[in-house]
Design a protein around this ligand. Structure first.
Ligand code: ADP
Ligand code: MG
Length: 583
């Protein structure tokens, strides 16, 4: 009897049951993309691929066709089970990339938990790009610019096992080289980079990054004498622990080295490459209770004369707040000194709302100070309101940047929706920029917390309302919900994509109302991408029941943001597009 063609594969488990397969995957750590291949017990010569995704198991049957090819039921044909190996194994990179991304975010910005999630969701394409271009620098096997002789000295030192390797910068050309031990000799391979920036061993499969190439060569000796084995370790500081590879016995969970939590890399960034996480104000202030106080000591607060803005409540001034951990730039909402009781109460209500919120994309309140007048102290968003920023930087801000900012706003609004707060004044004027890459929702002057069992807030009477931003149910019934905030989000998007344009510019409110009632909507701004205009139109669905919620809006913003950002192509796509690259 001929041997099973899959028998030699390291991930082939033979004829085990579904339950046993799930047991093995559980033991191996349940990482996304973790998989094994087993014999199909029902269909002779067939296989089942068991994969973990999102902590769930998926079992795909792989059928042997009459012409001796294999395919996942309904998928493309392959010559044998081993051939399935490469493209499937590549999906493992996604899970490694994910782990790497997390470790990088943790180390670089000292983020954890929810703050880390928000960082990753909002900046995934930017982070992937960063990781792709520089992650190798953090790897134990990367030695930087060392001469060829030095690499040999290092490799001959200690155990001379086959596959022991390192990566170094080549002295002359600015490219990389791989130095590998095999049969007690060291071999050097040039790593070439094609025009589009992809890396490979000459004639080998191409990868977006050096570390992916290395991980691949650990699995397959694509053009070199041996698969890569142990790293010849570089002892320079700031290295990440090595990444996991799925082996039958090896642990699959990615356990960071103990020093990782404390090591904080210094990230040199130019102004244009700043990420929200580089700004103070992304992190929750480390000990929120230390700072967020309802009676700030007036002596700790320095108020500048510079006015950032004003309203009928008084004005917003620049200032500095002294805290135990250092000085913070702040914005201070100062109530007019001849204030009445009513104004004071309003500001207290605003402070009470802000006090309950903590999200990177929402302006944080740092405290209240009751001195010469009542003052609401907030973190500073130095680049000011979105509409002004965009109208004065029309020529330099790209549509991609606007998408990134509006995605952040949608994340902040999703958070508000989850916490059952309605903003009621979402508009570009109330989206403030910390930096051109980092937006925060502000101005909670009209905001309300919804009661536990109510879907909406009903205002007793109309007030000084931003009607052009309001949904029909607000205008007609004074009913406010997260769905009416979604309508305002649509208007805010329109303002952003028209670079600070005024919605319904020349129309009076009565005209706007009949315009909306007759099913007309704002036109697509000149530079606005179709998908973004389509989303705005969804935000302006007349009936609030039929409008998407912020969970959906954020999803739509996210997927568009990811799709247009210059992101590294998923590896599966590379493999599928270049089948001829396989030896
Ligand atoms: P209003 O209820 O009058 O609209 P806002 O809270 O929107 O009050 O503040 C008015 C103006 O003050 C804003 O448009 C902005 O220019 C400035 N401002 C408010 N908060 C901040 C802040 N945290 N950082 C920087 N500027 C701010
Ligand atoms: Mg405002």
């Amino acid at each position: 009897m001929s041997m099973d063609p899959a028998a030699e594969l390291p991930f082939f488990y033979g004829s085990i049951s579904r339950t046993e397969a799930e047991h093995h995957l559980k033991l191996a750590g349940m990482a996304d993309g973790l998989f094994l291949l087993r014999q199909c017990l029902r269909n002779l010569g067939g296989y089942v691929l068991s994969v973990v995704w999102n902590l769930e198991f998926y079992h795909y049957s792989i059928e042997k066709q009459l012409n001796d090819t294999y395919c996942i039921t309904g998928g493309i044909a392959h010559c044998g089970p081993a051939e399935l190996y490469t493209p499937i194994r590549l999906s493992l990179f996604d899970s490694m990339k994910n782990n790497m991304l997390r470790e990088y975010v943790k180390q670089t910005w000292n983020l954890e938990g929810e703050a880390m999630e928000q960082a990753i969701i909002s900046q995934a394409p930017q982070l992937e790009k960063l990781i792709a271009t520089m992650a190798h620098e953090k790897m134990l096997w990367y030695h930087g610019k060392i001469p060829r002789q030095e690499s040999e000295r290092l490799l001959y030192c200690g155990a001379q096992t086959d596959g022991k390797f390192l990566i170094r910068d080549r002295e002359e050309s600015g490219t990389f080289a791989l130095s590998v031990m095999y049969g007690k000799n060291v071999y050097h391979y040039q790593i070439i980079q094609d025009k589009s920036g992809k890396y490979s061993i000459p004639q080998g499969l191409k990868f977006d990054s050096i570390w992916q190439l290395v991980e691949f060569l650990k699995l397959k000796p694509d053009g070199i004498l041996t698969v890569l084995g142990d790293a010849c370790v570089c002892t320079a500081p700031g290295k990440l622990p090595s990444l996991p590879t799925t082996r039958r016995t090896g642990p699959n969970s990615y356990t960071p080295a103990p020093q990782a939590a404390t090591a904080k890399a210094v990230r040199p960034v130019s102004e244009e490459h700043v990420l929200p996480m580089d700004c103070i104000g992304f992190n929750p202030y480390h000990n929120p209770n230390e700072i967020k106080k309802l009676n700030l000591d007036r002596n700790k607060l320095f108020i500048d004369e510079v006015e950032l803005g004003s309203g009928n409540f008084g004005c917003v001034k620049r200032g500095v707040l002294e805290t135990k951990t250092g000085q913070l730039d702040v914005a201070i909402k100062v109530l007019k000194s001849d204030n009445e009781k009513l104004m004071k109460e309003e500001m207290m209500r605003e402070a009470e709302i802000m006090y309950q919120l903590s999200n990177p994309f929402i302006v944080r309140m740092l405290g209240l100070c009751n001195a010469e007048s009542l003052m609401l102290v907030m973190e500073m968003a130095a680049c000011g309101p979105l509409h002004k920023f965009l109208s004065s930087n029309k020529d330099t801000v790209s549509v991609e940047e606007i998408v990134n900012l509006m995605h952040q706003v949608s994340m902040g609004m999703k958070y508000l929706e989850e916490k059952s707060f309605v903003h009621r004044d979402l508009a570009a004027r109330n989206v403030l920029l910390v930096k051109r890459q980092f937006a925060k929702i502000s101005d909670f002057g009209l905001s309300k917390a919804l009661g536990a069992d109510s879907e909406y807030y009903k205002a007793r009477s109309t007030g000084l309302w931003p009607l052009k931003w309001y949904a029909p149910e607000c205008i007609n019934y004074r009913k406010f919900s997260s769905k009416s905030d979604v309508w305002s989000f649509g208007i805010t998007m329109w303002e952003a994509f028209s670079y600070g344009g005024k919605p319904y510019k020349k129309m009076k409110q009565a005209e706007v109302n009949s315009f909306i009632e007759s099913e007309k909507r704002l036109a697509c701004p000149a530079k606005c991408p179709e998908r973004m205009y389509a989303l705005m139109q969804e935000c302006w669905i007349y009936k609030h029941e039929d409008r998407p919620d912020f969970k959906k809006v954020e999803e739509a913003m996210r997927s568009y943001h990811y799709s247009i950002s210059n992101k590294v192509k998923p590896l599966g796509a590379v493999a599928a597009a270049e089948p001829d690259m396989y030896p």
